[in-house]
Design a protein around this ligand. Sequence first.
Ligand SMILES: [Zn+2]
Length: 109
Amino acid sequence: MANLPFKKNDIVMVRRGKDRGKTGKVLKVIPEKNRVLVEKINMVKVFIRPDRSQNIQGGIMEKEAPIHISNLSLYCEQCERGVRFRNKVLEDGTKTRVCINCQTNLEKS
Ligand SMILES: [Zn+2]
């Protein structure tokens, strides 16, 4: 399985596209497609067919569509923008990611 730079619960910033500049939380990673699902980002309309037997009313619903990782960067609260990061191994062996600008630990515990 390919290793994506983002993990579930990461806060990412959108670098291009209609949601450019927005931030959101990673809900799901899809490594085989190099895509992640980000909360409230890249919303698409889906049409739900009414189904009376299941009490589904039908209509138009919005949901997140997976977004390619090249459109995203990890968000740093200190820098208040999407940043580049580097991997760092702490003294106790824990792997973390730190902001390349301000060295803040970007890992969500
Ligand atoms: Zn930073």
